[in-house]
Design a binder for this molecule. Sequence first.
Ligand code: DGJ
Length: 731
Amino acid sequence: MGIYFEEEKKIFKLDTENTSYLIGVTEEGYVGHIYYGKRLSAAGGGYLLRTGEYPFTPSVLKREKGAFLDTFPMEYSTGGVGDYRESCLDVKNFMGQTGCEFFYRSHEIVEGKPVLKGLPASFGESGEVETLFIYCEDPVLDLWVTLSYSVFFREDVITRNVKLENKGTSRMFLEKVYSACLDMDNRDFEMVSLHGSWVRERHIQRCALSYGRQNMSSVRGESSHQEHPFLALVTPETTQEQGEVYGMHFVYSGNFIAQAELNQFDQVRAVMGINPSQFSWLLAPRAVFQAPETVLVYSDEGFGKMSRCLHDFYRNHMIRSPYVLKKRPILINNWEATYFDFNTEKLLDIAREAKKSGIEMLVMDDGWFGKRNNDNCSLGDWVVNEEKLTTGLKDLVDQVNEIGLEFGIWFEPEMISPDSDLYRKHPEWAFRILGREITQSREQYVLDLSRQEAVNYAYESVAKILRSANIAYVKWDMNRQLCDIGTVMYPCDRQGELLHRYVLGVYQLQERLVQEFPNLLLENCSGGGARFDPGMLYYSPQIWCSDDTDAIERLRIQEGTAFLYPLSCIGAHVSDCPNHTVHRVTPFSTRGNVALAGTFGYELDITKISEEDRKQIPEQVKQYHKYSHLIQNGDYYRIASWSEKKPYDCWAVVSKDKKEVLVTCVQVLARPNMHSYCIRLKGLDQGQQYCLEETGEKFYGDELMQCGILVSGLEGDFQSKLYYFKSCLEG
Ligand code: DGJ
């Protein structure tokens, strides 16, 4: 299928439907990067390794090895022996000296893709994906490096990961292990990334690539609100439809680095991996270290194609949940409705009113356990607060079920409040640095998940509650970033393992959860969207996108999120106004239309909102049922961006068979004396005739794409409109 080795030229050719990736092996065994881009017909381009260009190549004269190593396009760079660009692998030997260099020894090509033990990773059957393993050795360290490449033919995605094995007899320390490296000649690349803050996550940023190193990273213990484990190098002409895009996305939920470096010879090195800050891993004799996976995607048709490739890839090969392609229940969450101030009666009132409007699930958020009446206590004490839930949890769930709604619940299992019975019993279970007072954030500490007993406790706390009642959904929250990284569990030379071990602990917890409760709908969350990353998708088909539920702020946040992630995983709710974050007032219909481009639900006190707003809910619910299949499984097209200074924002979802299209248009600020906007659709079948449902008008696909449609009748700020077109043949 997609991978073959041309023995004579010593070139590996990895093909997806529209892309090729070429790797060459030199005489000495260096594994070099030849090419990544548009599909090639044959395994050529070996000259791009430029092995003959240097005055003294290593095989000819070893003393000039430095000049070679500092320019050779590496598939996976190593530090300490003469490549002064960013290394992917730094290894300290038993003497404390850093240096590593490895050589090709053999390879293997297999159908399918093996799992990565303990880590989230993409999956696929034979026929969908093929994997290349390149086995390399550092003969001095007796360290074996396996470079893995999995080729997902249909989605135009190649994933990479790296495994290290100490086959020697001495200990060594991994001081840095990245997961992927992409060395290319510069083509005036620009760098595209996502940045943000709490309530302002994943805004798209584009800037010129200049000499030196530019990176996005996190040292916060999670993928973070601030920067995203993604990086794209793009040619200057790149837009939604044109230009070349090289995207790298990291399947990991902890500290990361995504970096591009432009060097003295106009070569670019893009790398991605676990952030080396505070990282050091003891690799004992015979031990193995598995680095997380990186997703590579190449598009020669701009950002739009990159987004669609990633959406298909995540839907088909990362999200395991049975919900992946299923309609999600329309939920109502009580967080913005009540915060901590609720009880059984209040929840039942919400449920009864919600049922009347067609809402399908009640989610009880933070505050149902311990003595939690605000955010300063009880994390870790996962016992029902019977002052609030007076008849107990099971009874509440049963009553909600009787009303006709499913029931969901909130947890924050990774945390421990200083004011909790758990902390009083096990103060040693919080991360702490000897002699220092632990830094509080939201008045909470972080559980040391490198301790198996803490992982077990957290798991049992959640599972026990889930076993006790008919709970269909869990919102798994995480509301602070990590610091004070220390534990008495490990000796001084292994404290550098803790941040990664913490993430492995989180993965273990969620893996156990989805194994024991395979039909549970899990939604990850972290103070809004601080852990919205591909790693989390492996466990949960949806992630809460942001604590900012204002429809206008959401335009940018959801645009940046949909840049990489399918709409079906973007947690989005209609909330009350004035909005609790920005105090903006927007029409209820616009809040509904924006939330529709996500999982869709409500987060307001339905018993208190105005009659005018409440009356719109059944209509919105109907709309969701009508369009959810499109939004969940269709192709996403970005048409106009408010973030790029347009007065309106517009996107469309086209069904895979191109017979249906839903266009959403939001006018952010009304422009005086501007009566209509012309919007050109994308992704349609040009010869097909489409009917606009609202008016019955008929248009040809090429007419809609070339002439466009006129959006009119949006009077005032924050107004929005949906246009639904269906193939006229469909009746
Ligand atoms: C942060 C989440 O993003 C909110 O939706 C809510 O669940 C709070 N935590 C609860 O503490």
